[in-house]
Design a binder for this molecule. Structure first.
Ligand code: ADP
Ligand code: MG
Length: 249
């Protein structure tokens, strides 16, 4: 999709030379390319598949950690749920190779909904379905597409789970991540920086859940005793975004 925002300059570095080159290309007017080939570094379908493959690896490696986090404030299954869901995604990846990014993400969503029993299954399932819907037909994602994807995912989770920031859920990692991505897009920092800033903001948001009182999901049953524990879903959200930055940044 080549709307105005998609065409925002994507810079490889912060050096003045790159910046000047981009600006002069922009002001050259009709008929002139807005970018040189090197400046355009979108997320491709191959990158998307590598990201999802690596998410499965990272969630498998963090299965015990996520389950331990879910032990004091839940039912000790978040790592098991996420690992089961993404192992099923891993099995599906060969069947979606060659498809557009929207179709790939939608397949992830339906796979998570059908394989993950806990609250996180329908929530992440909806997030990936919505992310797929806004990227329908696309084979490359630029900064604006990534922002749209994060926004759609977060809106899907909020619509499904009715959580708002501050309730000790995955929303506390994803909301600041979206905000950071929007700021990076507005500043034309480039895709790499956008992904890194979103991941760093998610990590901060994840840590911010520790002192919070849970008012949504299973952890809310504990009332005051939920205070002092890091939210498992916010943690898996950070892992998914960190893996995006690591594989596509
Ligand atoms: P369950 O709670 O059913 O055992 P999981 O353990 O897999 O499911 O997932 C728990 C995580 O789901 C929580 O740490 C929290 O981040 C997230 N969560 C639970 N309920 C909601 C909700 N209503 N909105 C957003 N996230 C939620
Ligand atoms: Mg649980």
């Amino acid at each position: 999709m080549l709307d105005g925002r998609t065409l925002a300059p994507i810079r490889l570095g912060n050096d003045a030379a790159a910046s000047t080159a981009t600006q002069s290309a922009e002001t050259q007017g009709e008929g002139s390319p807005l970018h040189t080939a090197e400046e355009i570094m979108p997320i491709t379908t191959e990158d998307t598949l590598r990201w999802l493959h690596q998410v499965a690896v990272v969630l498998h490696e963090n299965r015990e950690f996520l389950t331990q986090l879910d032990s004091p404030i839940g039912d000790a299954d978040h790592g098991i749920n996420m690992d089961r869901g993404f192992q099923a995604v891993l099995d599906k990846l060969p069947t979606v190779a060659g498809m557009d990014i929207g179709s790939i993400l939608k397949t992830v969503g339906t796979t998570l909904v059908s394989t993950v029993g806990g609250a996180s299954g329908p929530l992440y399932g909806t997030a990936f379905l919505r992310a797929g819907m806004v990227n329908a037909g696309k084979h490359e994602l630029y900064e604006a597409d990534v922002v749209d994807m994060l926004e759609a995912a977060l809106e899907g989770i909020k619509a499904r789970g009715k959580a708002v920031p501050g309730e000790k859920t995955m929303v506390d990692a994803l909301s600041p991540a979206l905000l950071a991505a929007k700021e990076a897009e507005a500043q034309h920092l480039g895709l790499s920086q956008l992904l890194r800033r979103a991941s760093d903001a998610a990590e901060k948001g994840m840590k911010s859940t520790i002192p919070l009182l849970a008012t949504k999901g299973r952890a809310s049953y504990l009332g005051e005793r939920s205070i002092g524990h890091q939210d498992p879903g916010a943690t898996s959200s950070w892992l998914i975004l960190k893996t995006l930055a690591d594989t596509c940044g």
